[in-house]
Design a protein around this ligand. Sequence first.
Ligand SMILES: [Zn+2]
Length: 107
Amino acid sequence: MNTISPAVADAFHLLRIDLYDHLDEAEYLAEKSQEWSEQDRETARALIPDLVVVIRGLLLEHGAHPSGVCRICASAWPCPVVTTIHELVKDPDRQFVTLVERTHSDG
Ligand SMILES: [Zn+2]
């Protein structure tokens, strides 16, 4: 088994912290207790498609190879990344499901 050097481990740690910082800021906007400013609304409107781009990007990258394995993970498709995205997007307690149900019942 390969072990990474302490310097690389530190770099991975900093990368994780940086990415989580960006996600935390997006979450803080949604959980802001004060009334949203116009800038908050504009940021949220832009942030939703940005978050969808992130999810779509993962799904695209982790698409199935004709052989039936993930192009990135080489795991049987759906790979763990796609399975996790599926669980989170299809979770009935999340707004993805509520939004789709509402959209289909309106039409
Ligand atoms: Zn994969």
